[in-house]
Ligand binder design. Structure first.
Ligand code: GDP
Length: 366
């Protein structure tokens, strides 16, 4: 049939018959599908230091899907014998203290010493903000282009306990992949420090000078956890104030009880932005590691941490199994109403729910 546009009215315009519609994708293009990896592929890749496989394994660790978790746990188990051979350093400080600027230059410093560095983060707020600002590659411009640096933002799903466990498991994978320096970044304002403290060997607190209140919202508990305090932005006309703050921190630390390692936390000043006295910060950290190696505290602390994480994992699994049981959730809802209406006390209501859960477990067992 003649096409209507072939009518004379269209003058120079002719339309030939042809294919009615072109394929929207190039049929000759090879679509590369990512191969599904098995546990041994992951383990082999990680042990070879394959960054892309390491990244995919970390994604599995972070996934909440049961099938992913099952593989992740097996991979972690197989990587465990190859892990542990690193220095794990926690870095904290309030927003604006200069964490990312500092991690960028600290990171280059350790790379120059011939190490491989993984930068991880714990940011429990990231669930709310959908994506973490900590451990973000764009904040560490110099480091992020280095081939021996692996940067991973905070896992974003779940409770602080869950987020922390994932970061800890990621440490195992990174170490097995040959990363012998691990930084774990966190914001110095809340509970996440305790979690970071429980997975690192050295805890560095980044502080600022000259803002009046020298503690800057840093809780005393965080200062007590610190093995070293580094006062940043010791540059330009801030040098005197930074040195004064250092003296004040030294005095304050004297009043604290001795640390479990008996190491006396040190205070140094530096400038992350102008890259001044970075080696002073690093000498302090090296001194600490020499000290704890000699006293045996390094090993002791790692063993304590292993125990802590076993209990934490049990806690977390129990909780999640309990609360994710639909019958428990339904009963809890009823009990909540009764408690709010003063028909039952919170204690007997809790006991009823627990009794129900345990009797149900016995039924399943039988
Ligand atoms: P974070 O929120 O702790 O990660 O802090 P940033 O690293 O993002 O730094 C906050 C601000 O302080 C940025 O504007 C940095 O440029 C600035 N800053 C960081 N380190 C220094 C430093 O050593 N000296 C000076 N003068 N500014 C710095």
């Amino acid at each position: 049939m003649e096409h209507p546009e072939n009518d004379q009215a269209y003058k120079g315009l002719t339309v030939n018959s042809g294919v009615s519609s072109q394929p929207t994708v190039n049929p000759y293009r090879q679509v590369k599908k990512r191969r599904q990896l098995g546990v041994s592929d992951y383990v082999e890749g990680i042990l070879k230091g394959d960054v892309s496989i390491l990244g995919r394994a970390v994604t599995l660790v972070e996934s909440t899907a049961d099938a992913h978790q099952a593989i992740a746990q097996e991979v972690i188990e197989k990587c465990l014998p190859y892990s542990g051979n690193s220095r794990r350093i926690g870095i904290t400080g309030v927003p604006g203290a200069g964490k990312s600027t500092s991690i960028d230059v600290f990171g280059l410093h350790v790379l120059r010493q011939g190490h491989k560095l993984a930068v991880l983060a714990i940011d429990p707020s990231s669930e709310r903000t959908h994506g973490s600002i900590l451990g973000d590659k764009t904040r560490m411009e110099k480091l992020s282009v280095q081939k021996d640096a692996f940067i991973r933002p905070s896992p974003s799903a779940g409770s602080l306990g869950g987020v922390a466990r994932k970061t800890r498991e990621t440490i195992v994978l990174c170490e097995a992949a040959g990363y012998d320096r691990i930084f774990v970044e966190t914001v110095g304002v809340g509970q996440s420090e305790t979690a970071v403290h429980s997975m690192v060997d050295f805890f560095l607190l980044i502080q600022l000078a000259g803002t009046g209140d020298e503690l800057q919202g840093i809780k005393r508990g965080i200062m007590e956890m610190a093995d070293g305090i580094a006062i940043n932005k010791c540059d330009g006309d801030n040098v005197d104030r930074a040195k004064l703050a250092a003296a004040q921190f030294r005095n304050a630390l004297h009043l604290f009880p001795p640390t479990p390692s008996k190491w006396r936390p040190e205070v140094v000043t530096y400038s992350g932005y102008y890259e001044l006295d970075i080696d002073k910060v690093w000498d302090m950290i090296d001194r600490y590691f020499e000290y704890v190696d000699k006293t045996g505290y390094f090993e002791r602390k790692r063993q304590e941490q292993e125990k802590y994480w076993m209990i934490e994992t049990i806690d977390e699994q129990l909780r999640s199994k309990f609360y994710n049981t639909p019958e428990v959730a339904a009963l809890l809802e009823q009990k909540e109403i009764r408690v709010l209406n003063n028909e039952q006390s919170s204690f007997t209501a809790a006991k009823d729910v627990l009794d129900f859960y345990f009797s149900r477990l016995r039924e399943i067992d039988a």
